[in-house]
Design a protein around this ligand. Structure first.
Ligand SMILES: Cc1cc2nc3c(=O)[nH]c(=O)nc-3n(C[C@H](O)[C@H](O)[C@H](O)COP(=O)(O)OP(=O)(O)OC[C@H]3O[C@@H](n4cnc5c(N)ncnc54)[C@H](O)[C@@H]3O)c2cc1C
Length: 454
């Protein structure tokens, strides 16, 4: 397994790194509205990420009363743009707007004057060792990439057993590591023997992708601006005995007819919300089988675009032996901020190694591909560690091999009053911010049907 970079390979000033972190406004203050919220709303929405916000907007439009409670002192969840660490928009979670206009955030962003730009596929870079790949290497890599994707789709067909990509894999050449690393740890947040081909297959076809210069999280924050939310109010307990539901929080208990739970399967699987009576066993199992992967960005701010590929160019890189490598998004929006991605086992190892080790590793990856001059232009870095984030406990979810059917269990309503939403519950756009909002809208519409309002 690949190890984090040695500490003396790149000299990063601890002071510079900490300065970036200290400036980050992770906690946004908000006056409590607790005293003025309805005592007995129709619905409690738990979590104010993409899914919770989608549910809240839909219930508002349907005239169904609700309280949305959020554990953190800010909204957005995994969709969050920070503007303080680097002084420019920096997406700490989602950054790519996937699925073109099948993703509601795409049109919402366009209609609200955000700068939405298409992902650029040309030039996109492949580095081998510390040199650009030859045309022959590019072609060979593309071919193996397509072959692997095709194998996953074929393995997932019809009544085939629910296997992992590792079992379906045919590549055994120089590109094996890179193709599996980009598809696995950097795609799913898991190694290629840890997720189900059928689950991936049913996620739907790949479509064109865009970026938002102001940050994906800024679009989500804009959508939230007229929706009421009670911040710093974690749901601790859900009592669904008898009629209605009682949601226990540190500020008191809320009685409602129904609840929409949008928290990650990481949070649900860690029993951070207790249920009385316990949820059905199959539901509890679904939290474990549709489990969170690890995927993070190491954001590096440079003083110049030494990559030379222009804004928003994605670069894959691999060593000459084909045994180590990864992916990075360079010069985002022309700001000289770049992401080096980590995921899977290595990603988890880095999360545990800590902030500085992560930044150092990221810079070292750039140096490996672009030479030590990269260090000269380095200003400061940041490392997201979503697996350590108490209200997420991972990056996004996927089904383990043999358990893709558990996604359906995950989204099933319990007793016509406990509704489940969140990216992991969406049948097609799971793992994405678009899947998040769509799942919230679906859950709110299902609540309305149960109330006889649709
Ligand atoms: C590093 C990274 C990169 C990503 N890149 C992309 C990308 O490029 N494109 C893309 O589309 N997607 C991407 N994603 C995934 C995307 O960010 C998520 O799928 C999406 O934001 C999830 O939204 P959600 O509402 O389902 O969950 P969340 O955003 O996790 O929202 C759930 C909310 O519930 C709150 N909560 C948790 N427990 C409680 C509790 N007990 N009580 C009250 N509130 C609680 C949380 O604080 C959170 O705000 C990325 C994710 C990560 C981590």
């Amino acid at each position: 397994m690949k190890k984090a970079a040695s500490h003396d390979s790149v000299n990063i000033s601890r002071r510079i790194l900490l300065k970036g972190i200290a400036a980050a406004p992770f906690i946004l203050s908000s006056a409590s509205t607790w005293a003025s919220i309805p005592a007995e709303p129709d619905v409690v929405i738990i979590g104010a990420g993409a899914a919770g916000l989608g549910a809240a907007k839909t219930l508002t439009d349907l005239g169904i009363s609700f309280i949305m409670i959020e554990a953190q002192a800010r909204t957005g969840g995994r969709a969050y743009t920070d503007e303080h660490i680097f002084g420019i928009p920096y997406d700490m979670g989602c950054h790519w707007l996937n699925y073109d206009d099948a993703n509601p955030w795409y049109n919402y962003g366009k209609n609200n004057d955000f700068t939405i730009i298409p992902e650029k596929n040309d030039p996109y870079g492949l580095f081998v060792g510390n040199r650009p790949a030859t045309k022959i290497e590019m072609k060979a890599y593309d071919k193996e990439w397509d072959r692997f994707s095709d194998r996953i789709c074929r393995a997932a067909e019809g009544r085939n057993p629910d296997v992992s990509p590792a079992e379906a894999m045919e590549i055994d050449n120089k590109w094996k590591f890179l193709v599996s690393y980009i598809r696995g740890p950097l795609g799913m947040g898991k190694e290629i023997d840890e997720w189900s081909c059928k689950d991936w297959y049913w996620s739907g076809s790949e479509s064109f992708t865009t970026f938002c210069n102001e940050g994906y999280g800024s679009i989500v924050a804009h959508y939230r601006r007229n929706l009421p939310v009670e911040l710093a109010t974690p749901a601790q307990h859900i009592d669904w005995q008898g009629s209605g539901v009682k949601t226990g929080t540190p500020k008191g208990t809320i009685n409602s007819k129904a609840v929409i739970i949008t928290v990650s399967t990481g949070v649900l699987g860690a029993d951070k919300i207790k249920f009385t009576p316990s949820l059905p066993v199959v539901k509890q199992e679904s939290f474990q089988y549709v489990s969170m992967g690890t995927y993070n960005n190491v954001a590096l701010q440079f003083s110049k675009d030494f990559f030379g590929l222009g804004p928003d160019a994605y670069v894959d890189y691999v060593n000459e032996a084909g045994t180590e490598g990864g992916g990075m998004l360079t010069n985002m929006g022309g700001t000289n901020l770049s992401y080096v991605y980590s995921g899977g086992d290595l990603g988890r190892e880095l999360e545990l190694a800590g902030f500085e080790a992560g930044v150092e590793w990221g810079l070292n990856e750039v140096v490996k591909a672009y030479g030590s001059d990269a260090g000269k232009y380095f200003i400061k870095g940041n490392f997201t560690r979503w697996g350590e984030h108490p209200w997420t406990l991972g990056s996004y979810a996927s089904a383990k091999p043999g358990y893709w059917h558990m996604r359906e269990e995950l989204r099933k309503t319990v007793a016509d009053k406990i509704f489940f939403a969140g990216e992991a519950t969406h049948p097609k756009q799971w793992a994405t911010c678009g899947g998040g909002i769509l799942s919230g809208i679906d859950a709110a519409n299902n609540v309305a049907k149960t109330f006889g309002k649709r």
